[in-house]
Every structure is written in structure tokens, then in C-alpha cells.
Design a protein around this ligand. Structure first.
Ligand code: GTP
Ligand code: MG
Length: 600
């Protein structure tokens, strides 16, 4: 593969790419620090941190300009987008780079193996390069010339993966330009608060929040690459299998730092074994398990063991096989991602497609989902650990339901999406009809001109007054239904309609959510809240609008410790305190109090 023409093509492509990629890759924002930890981001706008903050904020602003995730991809279907990304990942490698190296020489060396389509660098636990070749043959060529490490005192597992290390001979780097690396962690709540406070309207704030938090193209590519690397391990047992990302990596609602949900997809194996004729035939002899679940558990336990023992960069592998949906959880250190690998989970992939579709119908959907999720995390309504909390998935379904209730509705019902489906969209999973239209252009939307800010306010009013005691949230019908069972919160599972996606939520957590909605709705009626003070300079901005909704004093009862105190204090005085605090300079106020910021 190391032909001269390839090399020339590659150098040309790289030179062309460098100028365009530098800006976007330079600000590629990945989450590396939250691995297995909970985050408390404290807003500290003191002078000594101001310079760093300014550069971070410029990076977020640049990212918002460069990020193309929100732009529709030429009306491609969900499946087509996923397939394209998967295929790109199969032609990519992940390379750990030394602290000093020369980018041009590095790319020149790699391009001996074929044309490089794209590349970018990021820094997490070290410096890494993602390099996408234009052909899969380049990977084979590259692997042929790659050595296994010489390990002293220990022994190496001789597994040749696409996670490589760049060895750079010493003494050649004097006065050599280095690639530019920017700090790549998700925006802190401090960065976000300052960024939003500078905006002129709540609508602009919500759009800015979405752009600052959403996954970048590079981050999504890295997610697909990690799945592809995992697939190499699983394919040692099941050559036709594919590991696909689902959940917020693909549904359009992913926030930088969110986990990578993966499905081990074995459908390719079943597809080739369905050829039945009346004549002579052969059948595979197979081991049998007691149930589908038992087979899934057995497959995942073996793959989990391989990931643990052979998977380079995979650490902290836990087999969580007794869960309702059995899974293997691990950290992929080079990317910094926490990964949840499941199997036999096709309905979840369909749910991801459904959310993707809703998110792409109208930009206000994503603005609302990002802001509600962020608001909920800031107030510990959601959590990164399992428990009786409302989940991000439930919150998203609640937003969809609310938008179906508008007059005229902003989003169509799930039943309508099924009606619009074509014959190739037909999909039945375990007896559940999961058919939805894949061609977005078939969906006609009604004209609703509500602003995102108005929708946010009315979301709080809607759920602040929702009859949770008797009504179920049902996006299939787009109407409240009578609750079929006694439970605090009932949200019908969109595809497995006998299930409740919020079965885990208890009355206390629901009450906290409702109270917070009421308080947030109340704040929206205050002029101090709605307007940015004209006297403010960029050095001194007070949180207002959406930023003010994140202030802890709104929900001083969010923490268990303060709940007793909160009961004694009437709502109006708590809100008055908040409004008073808004008059003080934002940085100082929040820095003193400290905000527990979202980590996911
Ligand atoms: P993050 O919090 O950003 O990770 O959002 P997420 O949407 O990825 O949520 P999570 O990782 O908890 O779950 C991954 C996916 O599994 C979701 O997007 C849904 O498709 C599905 N899922 C999660 N919870 C439920 C549930 O309670 N019921 C059903 N049917 N699907 C769920
Ligand atoms: Mg997830």
C-alpha cells in the first residue's frame, strides 16, 4: 500500500485539511476527568482564573461556530448516518503520541500506508491522534509495519489492535513546530454561566448552551472508533457482529462527557442463517441456554472477560449481568469514555432513533432538552448513579410530550410517525411494533412560533401543575392517559407499551421535580430575572435568565441536609433571597455559595 501516489495524495490532503481542521480540532472538547467520579464544578470567577476562563470561553465560542452536529445531513436517514460513521471508524486508528513530535513528519510517515482522509489530536491521559484513512487496506498495511512492544520483566498479550503508540527517536525535535493542543474538558458551570450572562436574550442563551454542550463531530468520531476497536475483540468470537453506539451518543442529545452506550449486534449472524430450502441442508450445532437472557448473559460475560484481559486501554471492567438489561461496564482510558456494553437490546436502538428524529424536526426541541437536562443535573434532580431519580431519558420523553401538547403542536405523536412509515420502515421487535418513518421529509409540521424561552417557561408551568397522581405521560397518543398502575411517575415506554420508563422514581424525587418546576416558573415572571442589566460590563455580569435558574438558592432544598430548613422558610422568601443575590455581582455570589454542576 505504500505507493508514491498514495503518499502524494495524502500529503496534499493533509495540507488542505490542516488549515480547516486546526480550528475545529483545536477546540475538540472531550471529557476526560470525570472517569468514575462525580463532579462538583465550583464557579470561581476570581481574577487569577479569569485569563484561563477567557481562553476556555473563546474555545467554546469557536466550537459553537465550527460544530456541524446540528446541521441536517442532506436529509440522510438515522441508519445512513450511523452506517457512514461506523464505516469511517473501521478505517481509523487511535495513536498515543509522545509529548514532543513533529506533526508533519508523523502524518508523512502514516501516509506511506495510504491517503489520510481526516485526522485530529486531543489530549486527555496523554496526547492522542485519531487518523482516518480513505481505505481499510491502509490499516492492514500499517499493522504489517507495526511492532509488538519489547516488554522487560513482564509479558505482553500479543493482541494487535488499532490502538497504537508512536515511538519517536530522540534528538530530532529542536525548533520543530508542535501541533496545537487545547485543554479538552467539558465546559464548567462557571464557563457556562459567564457565557450565558453575556447573551442578550434567553433564546440566545438556550441556543448557546446547546452549542457549548453538544457533542462535536470529532467527539462522535472518537465514540464510533472506540466501538469499532471493541468490535475487533468481539469479532474474534462472532465474526459477523457489530458493536454499535446508541443512546445519547447518537440521539442528538449527547452532552460532552456523557457515557458511550453500546450494543453488541448479532443480527448479522441470524441474517445469514435464515436460508431454508426443502432440499438437503446443514445446520450448526450450538450450545443452548435456558433463555434469551441467559444466552445474552453468557455472551457478555465472555466478551467482558476478553475486554478486561486483552483490550488495550480498557480498565475497571465490571460485569453487571443481573440488571434488567445485562451489561458490561468499563472505562476506555485513551478516550476517557465510560462505556456500557449491552447485547440483544434492539428496542433501545429504536428509542435512540425516535429521539434523534424528534430532535431534528425543530431546533427548539434540542434547546429545550439540553436546557432542561442541564437544569435538572445542576439541581441534582438527575444523577450519574442509579437510584430513585428521574433519568435523562425520562426527562427527554417529558419534553417531547410537552411539545406535543402545544397549540398547535410542535411535535407529532408517535402514532403519527408510525402511520407515515413506508414498507421498508416496518420493524417488529419481540412482538412490539417499533415502526417509525425514517424519511424526515415526509413529516409535515404545524406552524407554531413560540420562542424557546416561552417554551421553557411553559414547560415549568406545565409540569409544575401536572396531575401526576392520576395521569400517565404517553407520547404515542400525545395525550395524558389514565395511569395503569400505582406509581409516583408513569411515563409509558414508547415501544414496549406495557412498561413504565420511570418506574424507579419515588414520590420524594417527583415532589422535588415539581417544586423546582414551580419555583422556576415563578422566577420567569420577575423582570430582574428576564433582563440582562444594561449597566453590566463583560467583566461583571450577573447571572440572569437561564443562568439564574441554575443558582442553588432556588432549590436550597435539593440537598438532604437543607430540606428541614427549607420547610420552615416560605417559598416567596427563598425566591426573594435569590432575586437579591442576583443584584450582587454574579461571579462573587456564586463563587461564595458554590454550585454543584452537572457532570453528565
Ligand atoms: P445520558 O444520560 O446522556 O447518558 O443519556 P442517555 O439517553 O444515553 O441515557 P442512558 O445512558 O441512561 O440510556 C441509554 C439509552 O437507553 C437511552 O437513550 C434509551 O434509549 C435507553 N433507555 C434508558 N433508560 C431507559 C428506560 O428506562 N426504558 C427504556 N425503554 N429505555 C431506556
Ligand atoms: Mg448514555
Amino acid at each position: 500500500m505504500s505507493t508514491h501516489s498514495h503518499r502524494r495524495g495524502s500529503v496534499y490532503a493533509c495540507a488542505r485539511l490542516k488549515s480547516t481542521m486546526a480550528a475545529s480540532f483545536g477546540v475538540c472538547r472531550l471529557h476526560f476527568r470525570s472517569l468514575g467520579r462525580f463532579h462538583n464544578f465550583y464557579l470561581g470567577l476570581e481574577t487569577q482564573t479569569h485569563r484561563r476562563l477567557t481562553s476556555t470561553i473563546s474555545a467554546i465560542k469557536a466550537q459553537a461556530v465550527n460544530n456541524t452536529v446540528t446541521k441536517p445531513k442532506e436529509n440522510k436517514t438515522f441508519q445512513a448516518i450511523q452506517e457512514e460513521r461506523r464505516e469511517q471508524a473501521e478505517r481509523s486508528v487511535l495513536i498515543s503520541c509522545p509529548p514532543k513530535f513533529n506533526e508533519n513528519k508523523f502524518l508523512d510517515y502514516l501516509s506511506k500506508h495510504g491517503t489520510i482522509n481526516k485526522h485530529f489530536f486531543y489530549s486527555g491521559y496523554g496526547t492522542y491522534a485519531v487518523v482516518e484513512f480513505s481505505s481499510e487496506e491502509s490499516i492492514a498495511s500499517l499493522k504489517e509495519s507495526t511492532n509488538l512492544p519489547a516488554v522487560e520483566h513482564e509479558a505482553a498479550v500479543p493482541f494487535k489492535s488499532r490502538l497504537l503508540s508512536l515511538k519517536w527517536p530522540g534528538g530530532q525535535l529542536k525548533n520543530q513546530p508542535m501541533p496545537t493542543f487545547q485543554e479538552q474538558s467539558p465546559p464548567t458551570i462557571g464557563d457556562i454561566t459567564q457565557l450565558l450572562s453575556e447573551k442578550d436574550s434567553i433564546d440566545e442563551q438556550l441556543q448557546c448552551l446547546t452549542e457549548a454542550l453538544q457533542l462535536t463531530e470529532e467527539n462522535i468520531s472518537l465514540r464510533f472508533l472506540v466501538c469499532s476497536l471493541l468490535g475487533d475483540i468481539a469479532r474474534a468470537y462472532f465474526p459477523e457482529c457489530i458493536i454499535r453506539p446508541f443512546g445519547s451518543t447518537v440521539n442528538g442529545f449527547g452532552k460532552l462527557g456523557c457515557d458511550v452506550d453500546m450494543i453488541l449486534d448479532l443480527d448479522g449472524i441470524y441474517a445469514t442463517s435464515q436460508t431454508k430450502g426443502s432440499g438437503l441442508s446443514l445446520e450448526y450445532q450450538v450450545k443452548r441456554g435456558a433463555s434469551e437472557r441467559a444466552v445474552t448473559q453468557s455472551i457478555l460475560s465472555v466478551i467482558g472477560k476478553c475486554v478486561d484481559q486483552f483490550g488495550p486501554g480498557c480498565v475497571g471492567v465490571q460485569n453487571i449481568l443481573q440488571a434488567r438489561c445485562p451489561l458490561v461496564r468499563f472505562s476506555h482510558q485513551p478516550s476517557g469514555f465510560q462505556c456500557d456494553l449491552t447485547a440483544n437490546n434492539r428496542v433501545a436502538m429504536k428509542s435512540s432513533e425516535l429521539l434523534f428524529l424528534y430532535g431534528h424536526l425543530d431546533p427548539r426541541v434540542r434547546h429545550l432538552v439540553f436546557s432542561i437536562r442541564y437544569w435538572a443535573r445542576a439541581h441534582s434532580i438527575t444523577s450519574s448513579i442509579p437510584g430513585a431519580w428521574i433519568t435523562n431519558f425520562s426527562l427527554t420523553v417529558m419534553v417531547v410530550f410537552f411539545l406535543q401538547q402545544r397549540s398547535p403542536p410542535i411535535l407529532p405523536t408517535l402514532d403519527r410517525l408510525t402511520e407515515l412509515a413506508g414498507p421498508s420502515d416496518k420493524c417488529v421487535i419481540e412482538g412490539n411494533d417499533c415502526t417509525i418513518v425514517s424519511d424526515l421529509s415526509k413529516i409535515t409540521l404545524q406552524k407554531n412560533t413560540d420562542t424557546s424561552a416561552k417554551l421553557l417557561q411553559e414547560f415549568f408551568e406545565f409540569y409544575g401543575n401536572f396531575p401526576f397522581n392520576k395521569a400517565s405521560i404517553n407520547i404515542r397518543k400525545g395525550k395524558e392517559q389514565t395511569k395503569p398502575e400505582i406509581t409516583a411517575l408513569h411515563i409509558q415506554n414508547p415501544f414496549e407499551t406495557t412498561l413504565n420508563v420511570s418506574k424507579n422514581v419515588n414520590a420524594t424525587q417527583l415532589e422535588r421535580f415539581v417544586k423546582l418546576c414551580q419555583e422556576s416558573a415563578w422566577l420567569f415572571q420577575k423582570s430582574e430575572f428576564l433582563n440582562r442589566s444594561s449597566s453590566q460590563s463583560s467583566e461583571s455580569v450577573s447571572p440572569w435568565g437561564f443562568s439564574a435558574l441554575l443558582l442553588p438558592s432556588v432549590t436550597s432544598g435539593a440537598g438532604v441536609k437543607s430540606r428541614k430548613r427549607r420547610k420552615l422558610e416560605p417559598t416567596s422568601s427563598r425566591i426573594k433571597n435569590l432575586l437579591d443575590s442576583l443584584k450582587i455581582k454574579g461571579g462573587e455570589t456564586v463563587a461564595k455559595k458554590g454550585i454543584a454542576g452537572p457532570s453528565r
